[in-house]
Design a binder for this molecule. Sequence first.
Ligand SMILES: NC(=O)C1=CN([C@@H]2O[C@H](COP(=O)(O)OP(=O)(O)OC[C@H]3O[C@@H](n4cnc5c(N)ncnc54)[C@H](O)[C@@H]3O)[C@@H](O)[C@H]2O)C=CC1
Ligand SMILES: O=C(O)[C@H]1O[C@H](OP(=O)(O)OP(=O)(O)OC[C@H]2O[C@@H](n3ccc(=O)[nH]c3=O)[C@H](O)[C@@H]2O)[C@H](O)[C@@H](O)[C@@H]1O
Length: 448
Amino acid sequence: MRLSVIGCGYLGAVHAASMAKLGHEVVGIDIDQNRIDTLSAGQAPFYEPGLPEVLNEALASGRLRFSTDMASARDADVHFLCVGTPQKAGEYAADLTYVDSAIDALIPYLGEGALVVGKSTVPVGTAARLDIAIREAQPSAMLAWNPEFLREGFAVKDTLHPDRLVYGLPVGYAHTIAKAMLDEVYAATIKDGTPVVQTDFVTAELVKVAANSFLATKISFINAMAELCEITGGDVTQLADAIGHDKRIGRRFLNAGVGFGGGCLPKDIRAFMARAAELGASEPLSFLREVDAINERRRHRMVELTIEECGGSIRGKRIAVLGAAFKPDSDDVRNSPALDIAAALQAGGATVIVTDPQALDNAARVQPTLTYAKPIYEAVLNADAVLLLTEWSEYRELDPDSLAQLVRNRCILDGRNVLDPAVWRAAGWSYRALGRASANGALSLATV
Ligand SMILES: NC(=O)C1=CN([C@@H]2O[C@H](COP(=O)(O)OP(=O)(O)OC[C@H]3O[C@@H](n4cnc5c(N)ncnc54)[C@H](O)[C@@H]3O)[C@@H](O)[C@H]2O)C=CC1
Ligand SMILES: O=C(O)[C@H]1O[C@H](OP(=O)(O)OP(=O)(O)OC[C@H]2O[C@@H](n3ccc(=O)[nH]c3=O)[C@H](O)[C@@H]2O)[C@H](O)[C@@H](O)[C@@H]1O
């Protein structure tokens, strides 16, 4: 099939390359000339494992090209809408400017019977509004909403082998045609056994924000338990293992630490709350306010813990921060807990040196006043405290004895609960983590 993918960011670039891999003829369109030049040259504009390989294979096949010109979408049967929907400045609501301008730009080029497929995460009701605009301009054109569930770091695998496909379909005659066209796009994936959930626009939009709200809630739940562990002397990692054995609960997304960040979970739960409030339905989502608050508190607690470990003040201290990306295997620093904490420590008077295997350029754009060092040894040299805030594999595997040769003070704060406290303490380090007792042992509740 002939496809266009509008918006070639973390979602769209992967989608365009993956669809070409599946055998479709794809044009990726973006308003950012640099991004289009980079992609056309076979380079991924961001770090995503596996993307360069799929991209180059697709470009070499001749089935994939990129352009800044919306007119190049003219011949496509299906147009995927993958532009950003960030949080509005100073508000919780989603900014739909990019969605609206992309649809406005696309409308003049919609051919007979073309299908527009929304993949961006949008407030409920957006699809119905866009559907009217599209049909007014080109009566034979159709809209479907097909939310995306990929994770950064696993984006190619998640696109080619998703857990499920969700089709939000139009009503009437268009329903059958839109479904058949989506089935053709995803034929290879469906053949592999991927379940397809067919539904209406509203449910498809809600499925996406419900999924991200559930994931955010699961993380904040375990982080609330971490807060309780800190007060009572319990160990949140053992607690997570123990409840995670219950198959109804499951161990995934129960990793306590500095919490969730990124370009999606934080803004999606906020946009969901904002939309619910607009619809006069704030109450059912009031728990998301707490999910957000717990998440924010973890960042503050990490700063407090660092101050405690530095003897009550970080002024003049040299602090190494391992990790800038919001999660490992990504260079994305949008709403990154690591960068937020690093900035707060700097504001408290510390000299903060941040290292990350992939995200330093992005980090320096967002937080230009922090100091950055690519090699780990340079970041930790003469450090008074070392904070592990993004669990890249190279940080999980650090050798406490080698690191001890470089630092001024053997103090490690494990913001992701990925190091073995016994190993670090045996090597003479003071090890602290969120939701775990200090070396002095658990607080005895009998004395409280
Ligand atoms: N990043 C992720 O892992 C996932 C993102 N999503 C959703 O997908 C959407 C896109 O997210 P990202 O790819 O992360 O954003 P992004 O910011 O990385 O990419 C958006 C791209 O759209 C381009 N763009 C903006 N206006 C345009 C227009 N009028 N015409 C053509 N291109 C235009 C921008 O230049 C940019 O390259 C958001 O709604 C997000 O919530 C959904 C699932 C996963
Ligand atoms: O809508 C989106 O854009 C995407 O948002 C998330 O994907 P992503 O943001 O790439 O990353 P996650 O793996 O979900 O991690 C999000 C954040 O939660 C944190 N996290 C994750 C798991 C955990 O147990 N604990 C925890 O703190 C991570 O460190 C990270 O900061 C969802 O997992 C995807 O399904 C969804 O498509």
